[in-house]
Each structure stands twice: as structure tokens, then as C-alpha cells.
Design a protein around this ligand. Sequence first.
Ligand code: PXG
Ligand code: PLP
Length: 442
Amino acid sequence: MTTHNPEAHGDLDAYWMPFTANRQFKQSPRLLTRADGMFFTDDQGRQILDGVAGLWCVNAGHNRPRIVRAIQEQAAELDFAPPFQMGHPKAFELATRLAALAPEGMDKVFFTNSGSESVETALKIALAYHRVRGEGQRTRLIGRERGYHGVNFGGMSVGGMVANRKMFGSLLAGVDHLRHTHDLARNAFSVGQPAHGADLAEDLERMVALHDASTIAAVIVEPVAGSAGVLIPPQGYLQRLREICDKHGILLIFDEVITGFGRTGKAFAAQTFGVTPDLMTVAKGLTNGCVPMGAVLAQRRIHDTFMTGPEHAIEFFHGYTYSAHPLACAAGIATLDTYAEDGLLTRAAELQGYFAEQLHALRGEPHVIDVRNLGLVGGVELSPRAGEPTKRAFETFLDCWQQGVLIRTTGDILALSPPLIAEREHLDRMIDAIRVALRRLK
Ligand code: PXG
Ligand code: PLP
């Protein structure tokens, strides 16, 4: 085990760490001090292969010169500009660039500072949109079991991960959830999209029958569920959801915080699956993780619905102090340039065949009950140890860390989402580390 060096890093006591086993961490800290390309360096000087693009966000790899330079230059040129009733050129430039990448018609961009804020923003746009159109009774929001939409009250309410919800009271009223699509009995070890489960989209018809369509504002889903353990949508599922939403005038929101910016083989999962939502939330890969930023992309028709009333009046009472922050905009533009220069938004499509082959070779290793993949996302589900759920996956994570490979776990599922600059040898090394760990795991 690496041991903490207080002289080098000071006291670990004050920092209450997010989504972390604080006591375990502080007994044997894992401190990252530098990063470049596919690797972190830890405080012991070890090289750690980044198997998760930081936290699904460093899609172009670490320390990209163009992005670093853009942030440095921006800080010296314009450090802050108030976002309300004022603007700065790079905000407009980044919005234009994003609209050009997005699915046809999604050409209005509202900036936020995180995925969680993007989700709150999208839910508020959906509610206000119906109200502006004179259908203010459409207040109900539909999420899905095992969905993750960030940690703020709206996202937590439409989210479907019990640990993220159970401590926090009654949440938003008027929320319901579709069933999740995870079906080990029928779909275990599917390569790419599983064959079974398109029918689960019919759950939305059940909600319509229960609540009436006239009360439902929007449905929000991740095209590929990330945080809850890499759940790939069954063939035809998202298409069917789109059809049912259209039939009933319900807005469809895709939460592309993880799937955006090349993760599934195209710029957005909407394009990979050929299904266009009404609103789309993004964050993470938008700035390559370098400066916090998120955005909501909206269909022009939704935006235009708000553009009524007197011209001097604010149309949508929402925004953040740091919406379209100049450093984030500079980082975002340089990130999109980097993706374009290196062809990264389609690289997952090129690598996914090889990645799938290597990942699925873990079938048959101890404790492995499912392997899932799409683009450069992989999931390996382990059978939980009796009486100690999540421990097997956490021990695998610690073993990989000792081997110099960073992976993620959620429940008893291992997740891989390497930077899109990964070479085959990097993918091999991640998967080998998991294999070694599984073979010595109890
Ligand atoms: N929506 C989705 C689909 C996400 O994956 C968020 C919203 C929230 O984004 P912010 O920027 O507020 O964190 C996310 C974030 C994990 C993990 O373990 C994934 C996320 C966050 C924390 C952990 O996979 N995704
Ligand atoms: N709380 C107070 C007292 C504030 O004045 C503000 C913003 O002005 C906020 C919260 C919201 O902060 P932000 O705009 O950074 O989300």
C-alpha cells in the first residue's frame, strides 16, 4: 500500500471528499500530482494508466497543449465577464461550434457549469416551455430506474439510484420512473446493443395511462446509462421511446453528460442511435474536463417558443454566475479543435471492435457474470460476495490501482471509459490488470 507523506501534502483532515469512502482513503491515500496523455503520476512517482478518462471527461487525454495554452491566454485577456445582459465573443463562438456538431435542429445552447446544473436547466426549460405554450398543467417529470442525472434536487428526483436518493427526504413531487432495461437473464454477454428489451419503452404508455399525457412534461434518460453500471440500450428501445413521446406531446431529454463528445463513436449518442431528442444535456468532455462547464442543447423550436412578449423582457429566468465563463469557453473551443484535429469524435467507432473482443475475453474469469460494451465504454459485472455487496468490485479497483491502472466501480460493476486517444496496448493493459485482479480475488 502507498503511504501518505504529510510533509509533501499537508493534512488530509479538512477536505470532506465527494462520493468517497473518506476514512479508507485517508488511511491509504491515492494522490495524483500530474497527468499527461494516457497517464497520471501519483505522489510516489508511479505512472497510472487512466482507464476512465479521469471521470468520463478527459476524452482527448491529459495536458493537451492547445487547451492548456487557450486557458492560460484567456486568463490574462478576459478573466470574467458577467453573463446576464452582457456577453463576450467566445461564448457565442463556442455555442455556434456546438450547434454545428449537434444533431440536426438542436442549434440553441444554454451554458452551465456541470452535468448536474445542465440537468436542472433542462428540466426547467421543459416545464417553462409547456407553460409558455399554454399547457402549464404538464408538470410531471419521468425518469428511469438506475438513471443518474447528477446530485441536485431535480436530477436526484428523476434519477434512479437508491443510495443517491434515500437520505434526502421527499425530493421533487410529481416524478415517476420507467423500469430500467438491465436484463441479465436474457442479455448477459451481449456484444454492443442487447437484443431484448425494446418493449420496456412501453412503460411510458403505462405512465400515460396512469397519469394522462396532459400532465407529463418530459422524459429524461441517459442513452447509455454510465454511473449505474454501463447499461446499453436494447435495440429499438430509444426509437420506441421517441415515438411514444411524439404521440403524446412529451419532450424527450437525452442526458449525454457521459455519452457526449465521441464516447459512443459519433459526436453524440443521439447520432450513434439515430434518435434526436428535444433537449440534450452535456458537460465533462465539452472542455476535456479542464474547466468545469456544461450545456443544454435545445431544438430551435423550443427556444423560439420563449421568444414572445415585449422585447426588453427577460424570456427565461434562469442562469448561473459562471454560465459561459470565459476560461471554460476558451477551453471548450480549444477542446473541439483538438477533437477535430485528431479525429477523436469517431475514434471510438474505429477501436470498438478490438475493445469489445478483448473485453469479452474476460467472460469465464472468476466472478464475471456479464460483460457489456459500446464505443469506448465497457462494463464488467461481478457476482457480489455473500453479505458484502460492492466489496468485490472495490477490491478489484484497489488491486488495479496497485498495478498502476485506474478503473471505476459502481456497485459490483467495473467500468472502463478510456481517453479516446487510447492505443490498443493501453486497452490490453487495462483489461489485463482486471484479469490479474479477478484471479486473485476472493
Ligand atoms: N448526468 C450524467 C448522465 C452523468 O453521468 C451527471 C449528469 C452529473 O454531472 P456533474 O458534472 O454534476 O458530476 C453525470 C456525472 C461514476 C460517476 O461513478 C459519473 C458521474 C459523476 C460521478 C461519478 O461513473 N457522472
Ligand atoms: N447564493 C447566493 C446568496 C447568491 O447571491 C448566488 C448568486 O448570485 C447564488 C447562491 C448562486 O450562485 P451561482 O450563480 O454561482 O450558481
